[in-house]
Design a protein. Structure first.
Length: 584
């Protein structure tokens, strides 16, 4: 946690408050403009500042003496009941109970104590990006749900979010797809595509293209007609597009993500402006001819032989590749949409390509000094053999089939654990639990790493899983039902038991966890926080009677902690795109 202007003093979480007090003291001791007090949660005290250790090494001083000097320069008695120097130079900080209670009261508001970002940023998020006339498969899962979570978090923080679903809806494959459509007839093609059987349609077209030279030649001529704007060809292309769009929306609704048709940002949108990309780069003197192709050579990019790495804007045959389209998208997003930040939720293998696109955009002046482009990379979904997750036959798993299996497995689990539930209740709960489990299993992993897909692990009712968090919330909801108490109860909080204090302090970490997830584009930080909150609530639930508390004041206090815990769990899961059912 680094000191940035005066933002710490305006934030409500205890780390921010303590950091805001300690940072100037560290800076004064260091004799510098800023220093990092490294405030964090500690098992030995509520919070701990260990920045003295690093600072002492830099200054060549005794860390305990330096820590004592820092503490002597700052007033903490209004926040802390104890401030102690411990170990080799840690500063242990124990918050006063009225401070904790006051902060919890602030969290009872609509936004759970999280301030709205001022000034608001305009955040453009590029994610999902399926291909028209092709099935969405498990490879689309990570981009879609990571991007969705980031959009939800940024929106909650008060930023303006523009979702961009960069569909693969243009290019040479559409020649063979349109010719195949004509061969089988429009009605049969619509019937085949309308039931979501896009893979078979594409594969049939591909087989004909590879095995029938006459068909391949017709396909190549059709591409030329498409790119030249031939209206009958465009009408057939739109037919493919519309059928695919309906299929994508069906999958998105089942998956519970925010993407709608208005968010589509297909490659076809940029086809008319690709020539202007070349013209503008040429006028800026950024293009070079290399083997007949027009290329930009951003400084600092080299291949394995140490030679300059080209970004090919226009190929030697006059065609445009992905680089030209990506340059057109970033120009539009920065110039026309006024993006403060552009997030590309794209697989890790695209890192070099995107970095070169970003560098070229800066060279061209499309990305200004106050605008940021970020590759939000992610790893792969692996099977038990630690290879890419596929069917037993070796094909990519259809995303729709994965969601079907998730719901079916959740339904089987409910029938086993809750035999008293009727089938209507099982059907209602199966999708939120099963699909939530799939999404959380992905989001709870550091996005940049590969992870192994395991039904047993993701549907477990214990451990860091969505069902565990959902079940923790249903336990809280059951308290209010049993007690006949409104679930929006608020009351002054008292914390006589350690488990109560631990829960209260963990609740106060919501803003910090959300901020880290947003700043670093890492939803797993919010997942970890929610899992630790659920664990903390479980310890509280076992140690502290709620409805049978010793007196009315303590009962009201514990009910208020329960209500706030439920709100944070429900809100946090919602920001991940996961439902929190009232019962399980």
């Amino acid at each position: 946690m680094r000191h940035r202007d005066d933002r710490w003093e305006t934030m409500t979480n205890p780390i921010s408050m303590l950091g805001g007090r300690l940072a100037p003291a560290f800076a004064a001791v260091a004799g510098e403009a800023a220093a990092d007090p490294a405030v964090r949660r500690s098992e030995r005290a509520d919070y701990q500042a260990d920045g003295a250790l690093a600072l002492a090494r830099r200054l060549g001083r005794n860390p305990r003496e330096l820590a004592a000097e820092v503490v002597g320069r700052v007033r903490l008695d209004d926040l802390c009941e104890r401030v102690e120097i411990a170990g080799p130079g840690f500063v242990n900080l124990t918050l006063r109970e009225p401070v904790v209670a006051g902060l919890l009261a602030d969290m009872a508001g609509e936004r759970l104590g999280v301030p709205v970002t001022r000034p608001a940023a305009t955040v453009v998020v590029d994610y999902s990006a399926p291909n028209v006339a092709k099935e969405m498969h498990v490879g689309h899962l990570r981009s879609t749900i990571i991007g969705d979570a980031l959009c939800r978090i940024q929106t909650f923080l008060g930023n303006t979010v523009i979702r961009q679903n960069h569909l693969g809806d243009w290019g040479t494959p559409f020649g063979m797809l349109i010719e195949h459509l004509l061969d089988i007839g429009e009605q049969e093609a619509v019937a085949e595509l309308s039931v979501g059987d896009l893979s078979r349609f594409y594969q049939d077209a591909r087989r004909k293209f590879d095995g029938d030279e006459a068909f391949a030649e017709r396909s190549r001529r059709r591409v030329v007609a498409l790119q030249s704007g031939d209206e009958p060809t465009l009408a057939l292309w739109r037919l493919l597009y519309d059928q695919s769009r309906a299929y994508f929306q069906h999958v998105y609704r089942r998956l519970g993500v925010l993407l709608i048709p208005e968010d589509e940002d297909g490659e076809s949108r940029y086809n008319p402006v690709l020539a202007s990309i070349v013209d503008e780069l040429k006028q800026l003197g950024l293009l070079e001819v290399s083997d007949g192709a027009l290329c930009v050579f951003p400084p600092g990019f080299t291949n394995r032989q140490g030679q300059r790495q080209p970004l090919i804007v226009r190929k030697a045959d006059g065609g445009y590749g992905y680089a030209a389209t990506d340059l057109a998208t970033i120009r539009l997003r920065a110039r026309d949409l006024g993006a403060t930040r552009i997030l590309y939720v794209v697989g890790a293998p695209q890192q070099l390509h995107l970095e070169m696109v970003f560098a070229t955009a800066r060279m061209a002046g499309w990305l200004g000094p106050e605008q940021e482009a970020v590759h939000v990379g992610f790893g792969s979904v692996l099977g038990p053999d630690r290879k890419l997750l596929r069917t037993r036959a070796g094909a990519s798993i259809r995303l729709a089939d994965l969601l079907d299996e998730a719901a079916a497995r959740a339904a089987a689990l409910l029938r086993e654990k809750r035999p008293e539930l009727d089938e209507a209740a099982v059907a209602e709960l199966a999708a939120p639990i099963g699909i939530g489990a799939v999404k959380y299993a992905d989001l709870s992993n550091d996005r940049i790493r590969d992870y192994v897909f395991s039904w047993d692990r993701m549907l477990a009712l214990d451990g860091n899983t969505a069902p565990y968090l959902q079940y923790a919330n249903t336990r809280i909801r059951s308290i209010f039902r049993r007690g006949g108490v409104p679930d929006d109860v608020t009351a002054p909080v008292c914390l006589p038991e350690p488990a109560e204090r631990a829960l209260a302090l963990h609740l106060l970490g919501f803003e910090e966890a959300l901020g880290l997830a947003a700043e670093r584009h890492q939803p797993h930080r919010l997942c970890t926080y929610l899992y630790e909150l659920a664990t903390s609530f479980s310890a509280f639930y076992e140690a502290c009677p709620v409805l049978q508390a010793e007196d009315e004041g303590l009962r009201a206090s514990r009910l208020a902690l329960c209500a706030l815990s439920s709100r944070v769990l429900t809100t946090g899961l919602g920001l991940l795109g996961i439902q929190a059912p009232d019962q399980m």
